[in-house]
Design a protein around this ligand. Structure first.
Ligand SMILES: [Cu+2]
Length: 163
């Protein structure tokens, strides 16, 4: 019996594609040692100072790698943050030494967890736009990525079809 693919309705009900290997978002990126899947961010209200950046990074190489930051023209500064519960309060803090990704491992940057923090936004992020920039890795150096700007309430990257 084969039933590998859920129906579209099931997929929409599930609220996203976290379990599905779509790889269909506009801007997956890869280097010889890294893949960066489903890079996205959220639309911001006017004058919002910060935004989060989310994606799944897989280290396909044989050496540990480290995400240390990035560069997006619209942001004054990029930091790598983690979120954690501290005495019942959700707090976030910059990872001063970046985020390590072991060989063969995948790390998901997502709301409520690790994320890129786009600080000092110089403009509003509007749904449907694409944010071009680079991620900086200890070994791979600068890797171009495009964040798709999703709705303000998005908690996972939505499914994209026919793009
Ligand atoms: Cu943050």
């Amino acid at each position: 019996m084969r039933r590998n693919l859920p129906t579209l309705a099931e997929c929409l009900l599930a609220g996203g594609l976290t379990l599905l290997g779509f790889g269909a978002l506009a801007a997956d990126a890869a280097t010889p040692t890294l893949t960066i899947a489903k890079p996205w961010t959220r639309a911001t209200p006017a004058n919002a100072p910060v935004a989060g950046g989310y994606m799944t990074i897989t280290n396909t190489g044989g050496e540990p790698e480290r995400l240390t930051g990035g560069d997006f023209g619209i942001a004054g500064k990029i930091e790598v943050h983690e979120m954690a519960m501290n005495n019942g309060i959700m707090t976030m803090r910059p990872l001063q030494n970046g985020l390590e990704i072991k060989p063969g491992a995948s790390i998901e940057l997502k709301p409520g967890s690790y994320h890129l923090m786009l600080m000092g936004l110089k403009g509003q992020l509007k749904q449907g736009e694409t944010l071009k920039g680079t991620l900086t890795f200890e070994k791979a150096g600068k890797v171009p990525v495009e964040l798709s700007v999703e709705s303000m309430g998005a908690t996972t990257a939505p499914m994209q079809m026919n793009h």
